[in-house]
Design a protein around this ligand. Structure first.
Ligand code: NAI
Ligand code: MG
Length: 490
C-alpha cells in the first residue's frame, strides 16, 4: 500500500471546503436487470447468465446485466447482417436523419446519461456532464453530416460500407467510446454489434433504449453485454467484416493475432505513456493547469494521459512547488458532487494495479508526494500522486498506470526532451508547453505520437483524428480519417 505523507500545515490552511452539491439521481431509473439488445429488442441471453455492475464510489450493485455467449453473439451478428442489406442501401440523407435523431435524443437525455455514467464508472459528474455526454452527441452530429456526402469525403472514389462491424470498448469513457465507434460506422452504411466493458455497461444499454426511441431500424445497432470472452467471440465471428477495439495493448495484440489472415478490417486504439513537456519559457500557471488536466482528469484513466512530465531542469523547483500546491486544492470524493475533481477508481482490479505500480515506484527509489485529503470509507479511491526522482528505467516511467499518478523527469536541451519523450513503446499523444511557436513545430515534427497538443492537453473534437503509433495501435478515429476506417474504396 502506498502511504500518504503527512500534509504540511501550509497546505492544510490553503484548502477550504465547499458545501456538498450533489447531483440528483431521482430522475434516473436503473432496472434491477438488463437483457441483450438484439434486432431492435431487449432479449433474454441464451446463456441465462447475468453479472453485477457496481458503483465504484460505494461498492453497491446497481444492476445485473446479461452475459452474452457464442449463441448470443451469433444472433446479434445475424441481426446486424440482415439489417445491413437495407441500411446500406438507404440514401445517405435518410441515414443522416436517423443519426441526427440519435444525437438529438442524447442531448435531450443528457442529464440522465451523465448521472448514469458517473454512477456506473466513478467519474466526476462535472466531467460526464461537460465532456463525455456533449462530446458523444457531437460525434453523432458530426458523422451524420457526412452520411450524404461520402462522395465528397472521398473524391473520385466509390466508397462502399464494409458490412457488420464488431466493436469492443473500454470502461474509461463508455458513452464517448461508443460514439466514436458507432457514429462513423452508421454514417458510412455499416451495421454494428457493440460490446461495452463489464464494469460500465449501463450507458450503452441506455443508448440501446435511445435507438428504440429514435425508431432506428432493428438490427442496425446491437448491444451485447459480457466480459472478455464475449468480446473474443464477437471479434472471431466469421460474418464480422470490421473489428474496432479500444482497450489494453495486451488484448489488442490478442485481437490482432485472432483476426490475422481473416480479411477483416481492423483498427486498434491501445494504451499510452504520453510525455507532457514543459520548457523554461512556458507560461507556468497555464502549464500547471494543463499538467493537472493531463493526468488527474478522469482519475488518470485516460489512454492519452500526460503521465510522464518532462520539465526543463532550470524550472523544476518553481514548477514542483506550484504543482504541489495546486494538488492540495483538488477535491477527491463523491463523483456525484458537482465540486469533485477526482472521483472513484473504476474497479477494485484497477485500484490494485495502480497500487502495485505505485509500490514498485517507491521500491525502485522514486520519491512520492500525495496531498492531504480524506478518502471516503467505502468504494475505490486513490489520492492524486506525484513521483519525483524518477529514472527512465523505472516501471512507473515505462508502464501505463492508468491512474492519478504522475512521474516527473527532467531534461536540459530540446534534443534531450525529444529523445526521452520518444523513449517508450507507446506513441499515442504528447504535450508541449512553450512560448515559442517555432519550437512547437520543431518538436511536433519529431514526436512519435498520433496527437501533439501545444499549450493545452486532452482537447478533443469530432473533426480531429485520434490514434497511435507503435504499441498504441493503428488506425484513426474522428474526422475524415475515422470515416475512412469504415469504407472500402474502389
Ligand atoms: P481490457 O483490454 O481487458 O478491456 C477492454 C475491453 O476489451 C473490455 O470490453 C473487455 O471486456 C474486452 N476484452 C477483454 N479481453 C478480450 C478479448 N480477448 N477479446 C476481445 N475483447 C476482450 O482492459 P482492462 O483489463 O479493463 O484494463 C487493463 C489495462 O488496460 C488498464 O489498466 C489500462 O492500462 C489499459 N486500458 C487501456 C485503455 C485505453 O483506452 N487505451 C482502456 C482500458 C484499459
Ligand atoms: Mg459499474
Amino acid at each position: 500500500m502506498a502511504i500518504a505523507k503527512r500534509p504540511s500545515t501550509e497546505m492544510r490552511e490553503r484548502r477550504f471546503e465547499y458545501a456538498a452539491a450533489p447531483e440528483a439521481t431521482d430522475h434516473l431509473k436503473i432496472a434491477d436487470s438488463y437483457s441483450l439488445f438484439i434486432g431492435g429488442r431487449f432479449v433474454e441471453p441464451h446463456s441465462r447468465r447475468r453479472f453485477a455492475t457496481v458503483n465504484p464510489a460505494t461498492g453497491q450493485t446497481l444492476s445485473e446485466v446479461a452475459e452474452a455467449d457464442d449463441a448470443d453473439v451469433d444472433r446479434a451478428v445475424t441481426a446486424a447482417a440482415d439489417a445491413f442489406r437495407s441500411w446500406s442501401r438507404l440514401s445517405g440523407a435518410k441515414r443522416a436523419r436517423h443519426i441526427f435523431r440519435l444525437s438529438r435524443l442524447m442531448q435531450e437525455r443528457a442529464r440522465e446519461l451523465a448521472v448514469l455514467e458517473t454512477m456506473d464508472g466513478g467519474k466526476p459528474i462535472k466531467e460526464s456532464r461537460d465532456v463525455d455526454v456533449p462530446l458523444a452527441a457531437a460525434h453523432f452530429f458530426y458523422y451524420a453530416g457526412w452520411a450524404d456526402k461520402l462522395e465528397w469525403a472521398f473524391p473520385n472514389r466509390r466508397p462502399r460500407p464494409l458490412g457488420v462491424a464488431g466493436q469492443v470498448i473500454p470502461w474509461n469513457f463508455p458513452l464517448l467510446m461508443l460514439a466514436w465507434k458507432i457514429a462513423p460506422a452508421l454514417a458510412a452504411g455499416n451495421t454494428v454489434v457493440l460490446k461495452p466493458a463489464e464494469t460500465t455497461p449501463l450507458s450503452a444499454l441506455a443508448f440501446a433504449d435511445i435507438c428504440q426511441q429514435a425508431d432506428l431500424p432493428p438490427g442496425v445497432v446491437n448491444i451485447l453485454t459480457g466480459a472478455g470472452s464475449t468480446g473474443a467471440s464477437l471479434v472471431g465471428h466469421p460474418d464480422v467484416r470490421k473489428v474496432a477495439f479500444t482497450g489494453s495493448t495486451e488484448v489488442g495484440k490478442e485481437i490482432q493475432r485472432a483476426t490475422a489472415g481473416s480479411g477483416k478490417h481492423l483498427t486498434l486504439e491501445l494504451g499510452g505513456k504520453a510525455a507532457n513537456i514543459v520548457f523554461e519559457d512556458a507560461p507556468l500557471d497555464q502549464a500547471i493547469e494543463g499538467i493537472v488536466n493531463g493526468i488527474y482528469f478522469n482519475q488518470g484513466h485516460v489512454c492519452c494521459a500526460g503521465s510522464r512530465l518532462l520539465v526543463q531542469e532550470s524550472i523544476l523547483e518553481p514548477l514542483l512547488a506550484k504543482l504541489k500546491s495546486r494538488l492540495g486544492t483538488l477535491r477527491v470524493g463523491d463523483p456525484l458532487d458537482k465540486n469533485t475533481d477526482v472521483g472513484a477508481i473504476n474497479s477494485r482490479a484497477q485500484l490494485e494495479k495502480i497500487e502495485g505500480l505505485v509500490n514498485s515506484g517507491i521500491e525502485e527509489g522514486a520519491e512520492i508526494y500525495q496531498p492531504a485529503c480524506d478518502l471516503p470509507e467505502r468504494g475505490y479511491w486513490f489520492r492524486p500522486t506525484i513521483f519525483t526522482n524518477v529514472a527512465q528505467s523505472y516501471r512507473i516511467a515505462r508502464e501505463e498506470i492508468f491512474g492519478p499518478v504522475l512521474s516527473v523527469l527532467t531534461f536540459r536541451t530540446p534534443d534531450e526532451a525529444v529523445e526521452k519523450a520518444n523513449n517508450t513503446p507507446y506513441g499515442l499523444s504528447a504535450g508541449v508547453w512553450t512560448d515559442k511557436g517555432s519550437r512547437i513545430l520543431w518538436l511536433a515534427e519529431r514526436m512519435r505520437a498520433g496527437v501533439v497538443w501545444a499549450n493545452t492537453f486532452n482537447r478533443f473534437d469530432p473533426t480531429s483524428p485520434f490514434g497511435g503509433y507503435k504499441e498504441s495501435g493503428f488506425g484513426r478515429e474522428g474526422g475524415l480519417h475515422g470515416l475512412a476506417a469504415y469504407v472500402e474504396l474502389d
